[in-house]
Ligand binder design. Structure first.
Ligand code: ATP
Ligand code: MG
Length: 390
């Protein structure tokens, strides 16, 4: 009997022509994530990725947990592989799931026969294995309609597999399969969630953080790196771009009307992020904006913020309630870090009365006193890059 994982592909099965590439991307991502936990044979047949240990040195609990964070996988079953033979299947079910069958009130066996050369139909396999298990565990009822436990048997090309109920995978599409985007990552609750959600659509992420030392502390920067570190579980390795933002903010504070501080600052963030995108072949920007949450997140303010760039701005949280965002933040493990109390650069320079319905022409005029190109170039030249691995 062999302990292994069966990973069922999610949406990529819909991908037709690109399917092979998607599968290869996913296999590479699974390989990378599971590497610390053993040496595995990982291959894909019929919309299922097989993860089989090559030797006895593996940690299947940890591998299972890691597999649950890989986008592109719909569900996961930890299974036992055995010879394609009825009695071997029964013996495997007994040793692998016996404890669970004995503890359940009722069970049934459900079989799938992908290998049509196998001499029994799937119903016959279920009846045969189910019959023997019922004799073995007389206190557990057989209930084919509403069983507490379903014992799954799959007869496939290379072997037969026995497993209990599947657990949900991370869903989405394999990271890297759909291109690259620059994600603006603050230390808040929202942007780690927006980053996660876009990565889930198969996008590989370049996180960018605007850092205003000494107005914001090294602790604030470390917090963002910690958040990015948590996100590597889902996004794979990340190169975080830390942009020095102090000079820009001081220039704005000195030379522009206070009511436009935030908007002008956000336009700089967009320009610099677009520049980083161009340098890295990324095709969109990602923000954690959420309609109506703060003054800079009205439709008018967003129009102003985006007017100075041409790349699309993806805002996956735009229609979510704060509670919904927090639920995701808790699920992906970023919430506790996000609520640590370090100032973000936005809060340090927040105007007392920000414009909620700004007019583009007025903002352009207000920022025209600045050397925009020079400030952007200076910030890009000063970028610090921090590499984070999973
Ligand atoms: P968050 O919880 O993500 O900080 P927020 O609700 O505080 O969001 P804002 O401060 O208006 O909203 O920021 C909106 C978005 O702008 C953020 O979600 C993030 O994508 C980006 N952003 C804000 N501050 C920074 C920063 N210092 N570095 C990088 N991106 C930032
Ligand atoms: Mg914020």
């Amino acid at each position: 009997m062999e302990d292994m994982l069966l990973l069922k592909l999610g949406e990529i099965v819909l991908k037709g022509l690109n399917r092979k590439q998607f599968e290869q991307k996913l296999i590479a991502n699974v390989n990378r994530r599971l590497k610390p936990f053993g040496s595995f044979n990982i291959y894909c047949i019929q919309s299922t990725i097989y993860v089989e240990p090559k030797d006895e040195f593996f940690d299947m609990d940890a591998a299972l947990e890691a597999a649950q964070t890989v986008f592109g996988i719909a569900s996961i079953s930890r299974a036992a592989a055995c010879e394609k033979d009825n009695d071997a299947i029964f013996e495997t079910a007994k040793s692998y799931l016996g404890g669970e069958i004995a503890a359940a009130k009722s069970f049934k066996v459900e079989s799938k026969r992908a290998d049509k050369r196998f001499p029994m139909t799937s119903i016959q396999i279920s009846q045969y294995v189910g019959g023997l298990l019922a004799e073995e565990y007389p206190d557990t009822l057989v209930d084919v309609h509403n069983p507490e436990l379903t014992v799954h048997v799959e007869v496939r090309d290379l072997a037969a597999y026995v497993h209990g109920p599947a657990i949900p995978g991370a869903g989405g599409m394999p990271v890297g399969a759909n291109g690259r985007a620059v994600s603006l990552l603050s230390g808040g609750i929202d942007s780690p969630v927006s980053t996660y959600m876009i990565a889930k659509r198969g996008i590989s992420i370049i996180p960018v953080h605007f850092f205003s030392f000494p107005y914001t502390s090294e602790m604030a920067k470390q917090k963002v790196l910690d958040l990015a570190g948590i996100l590597t579980k889902y996004c794979g390795k990340l190169m975080v771009e830390i942009v020095p933002f102090t000079h820009i903010q001081e220039e704005i504070r000195e030379k522009c009307p206070e009511e436009y501080f935030t908007l002008i600052m956000r336009r700089f963030m967009m320009r610099i992020s677009q520049r980083i995108a161009e340098l890295n072949g990324a095709k969109a920007l990602v923000t954690g904006e959420n309609l109506g949450q703060v003054a800079s997140q009205t439709m008018e303010a967003m129009a102003v913020t985006q007017e100075c760039i041409s790349l699309p701005v993806l805002q996956p949280l735009i229609g979510m309630d704060k509670e919904e965002i927090i639920t995701v933040a808790r699920k992906i493990g970023t919430f506790k870090t996000s609520i640590l109390p370090y100032e973000d650069c936005c809060t340090v320079f927040t105007p007392r009365h920000p414009k909620t319905k700004p007019v583009v022409a007025d903002v352009i005029e207000a920022e025209s006193v600045l050397d925009i190109e020079g400030l952007v170039n200076e910030a890009v030249a000063g970028i610090e890059r921090v590499k984070l691995t999973v």
